[in-house]
Ligand binder design. Structure first.
Ligand code: ARG
Length: 593
């Protein structure tokens, strides 16, 4: 029970005993005690005046007296100021709370709510490798899934891979023309990078053709439409749609290369999916949903044969769903994907982690899914996030592409290795393999924390150096605090006693216990607001408070046995909560650093 629950229960009993009256929970008003008064928590008694028929000041005093006599030592002191009963919670209550936290292996997790949330994230196209934008996406998506799971949701992490369309034909065509049969094996390149290089190559050759046509007197627009390469790519797409066996085989082969590459990137990033959908399997489903909607009169057909949804009643415009030649658009695919997902899972809540440039798309999708009868359509969550960039000059991105996710992770781990070289003294006796593992956790922790602590809606600059600083509001700072606690616990030899006998707490001990008690509320708030940043802030505050406690009070050298035991128990549980909180962000904790 939280302190609020304890006092609410006591207050109901007091009113019953003193005034022979019932009050319900909503009437029990609690607030944090104002700083000018002594106390931790304040019971506001004005709402009992009707039952008690006394002046608020009198009620507050009488209840205060009753609490002292009947509160089982929960309240150590009180003072009544008009209708405000300021209560000092006894230290033994807090010590008990700490003991309970220690016993709870799942501390912070909420009860199962028997509802299913599907979280879609990542959702790449198969023509190029993952980039910095995907990094933010993947980290947010994975963390949101962890946080909602801790809040009692059954979470299904999903991904929609946009594996068909003109973009992938461009890479395929360039590979056929200029590739000389290059494979990931023959070149030693990761498959997604290999394909990405041919996508860039397509663009280069296409641009050449455009300028050549323009030098022959064509205007830009016609040059772009008539360049032989784009015509060939379009022809390839037609063949793909017509199930041409050669094109399909090439497509399957090249996509396999890409998936092997993506898998490796996901694994390094520490993210995973329960179910992956592929556009090539869902887009036809989307077409048939749209045709059903057309038959139902939900959509309409124009003279040229194209199919549209009229959203003007919803304050939006008209939305194309099938082109005049019958081919599908991006939206059509999303309708089909939603249909298959709903067939596969009883979705109560659908979350799409997608950049804010697609806000309009998801507004429209929500209305369309709702019209088509998907129960989760209307309330779908577009978890929208802003751009992320590196400061100029940092990690020059390859020409024509943005900052690559694999390169970025390499750099972070290298930087972490570089930094820990200076700390080699504290890492004595650590094998090279362990040192590499620490650098991996620290480098990745730096990246993840720095990105997740920012409000997702904001555009941001990712600064590698700042992110890895051991002294700021960073992942490595929190990891370091954790490692330091592990070192204390190792030196303590025997594991901390699970029960201690302490009457009076030091202020810094009390602050830490109270902070630990907040964790379940923090997890709930992070879930309600879809906010990993709430978890980041909490972990940072907890780490800072631990360091301040550690600075002021000795643990291992404390002579008083009970005090030493309490502090060890505190340290152990701070480490436990730090590990749990960082786990919700997908960040691993090194045992030493
Ligand atoms: N592949 C798309 C892109 O790169 C993002 C897909 C987002 N998810 C969705 N259900 N539409 O822009």
């Amino acid at each position: 029970m939280t302190i609020e629950q304890h006092i609410t229960k006591l207050a109901k009993s007091a009113v019953q005993a003193l005034y022979n009256a019932e009050v319900d929970e909503a009437q029990v008003v609690l607030q944090k005690t104002r700083p000018e008064f002594e106390g931790n928590i304040t019971l506001v008694v004005f709402s009992f005046a009707k039952q008690a028929r006394k002046a608020p000041q009198v009620i507050a005093s009488e209840i205060g007296e009753w609490f002292m006599a009947n509160g089982n030592g929960l309240i150590s002191k009180y003072n009544a100021v008009q209708g405000f009963l300021n209560l000092c919670i006894s230290d033994s209550f807090w010590v008990e709370q700490l003991e309970q936290i220690d016993q709870d292996a799942d501390y912070g997790r909420q009860a199962d709510r028997n509802q299913l949330m599907m979280v879609e994230y990542s959702s790449p196209n198969t023509n190029k490798p993952l980039h910095l934008g995907h990094v933010r996406n993947n980290l947010l998506g994975y963390s949101i899934a962890q946080i909602q799971e801790a809040n009692g949701w059954k979470v299904v992490k999903t991904n929609i891979v946009n594996d068909r369309g003109i973009h992938i034909c461009k890479s395929m065509l360039a590979w056929l023309k200029y590739g000389n049969g290059e494979t990931p094996e023959s070149s030693g390149k990761k498959g997604d990078h290999l394909i990405g290089d041919y996508y860039v190559r397509f663009d280069k050759e296409y641009k050449k053709q455009i300028s050549e046509l323009m030098s022959q007197g064509k205007d830009e627009e016609s040059a772009k439409k008539e360049a032989p390469l784009i015509l060939e790519a379009q022809e390839m797409l037609r063949k793909w749609e017509a199930n041409d066996p050669e094109i399909r085989a090439l497509w399957a082969k090249m996509n396999e290369w890409v998936y092997a590459g993506f898998d490796e990137t996901y694994r390094r990033m520490g993210v995973s999916f329960d179910k992956i959908y592929y556009e090539s399997n869902t887009y036809l489903e989307g077409k048939s949903e749209v045709e059903k909607g057309l038959a139902n009169g939900q959509f309409y057909r124009r003279e040229d044969g194209s199919v549209w949804a009229d959203l003007t009643k919803d304050g939006l415009d008209e939305k194309l769903l099938l082109r005049s030649d019958g081919t599908s658009v991006y939206m059509t695919q999303d309708i089909g994907t939603a249909k298959l997902r709903f067939q596969d899972y009883p979705i109560d809540k659908m979350v799409y982690v997608v950049g804010n440039e697609q806000e309009y798309h998801f507004k429209v999708l929500s209305i369309l899914l709702d019209r088509l009868g998907f129960p989760f359509g209307k309330e779908l969550v577009h978890f929208s996030y802003g751009m992320v960039e590196l400061p100029n000059g940092k990690m020059k991105s390859r020409e024509g592409t943005v900052v690559d996710a694999d390169d970025l992770m390499d750099k972070m781990v290298e930087d972490a290795k570089e930094i820990s070289k200076d700390k080699v003294n504290t890492l004595q006796g650590v094998t090279e393999e362990e040192a590499n593992e620490i650098a991996r956790k620290v480098g990745m922790g730096a990246l993840k924390y720095f990105i997740l602590k920012v409000d997702p809606r904001k555009n941001m600059l990712f600064n590698p150096e700042e992110s890895i600083d051991f002294n700021g509001n960073t992942g490595p700072f929190i990891q370091y605090t954790f490692a330091r606690i592990q070192s204390v616990l190792r030196k303590a030899e025997s594991s901390p006693a699970s029960s201690v006998s302490i009457k009076q707490l030091e202020e810094k001990e009390l602050t830490l216990i109270q902070r630990l008690c907040e964790y379940p509320v923090v997890v709930r708030t992070a879930g309600d607001n879809f906010s990993p940043a709430v978890i980041c802030n909490y972990a940072y505050d907890l780490a800072c408070e631990f360091n301040s406690f550690y600075h002021d009070l000795s643990i291992l050298n404390e002579k008083d046995e009970q005090k030493r035991a309490l502090r060890l128990l505190l340290a152990k549980n701070v480490a436990k909560v730090l590990r749990s909180a960082m786990g919700l962000l997908g960040i691993e904790m090194p045992e030493r650093m």
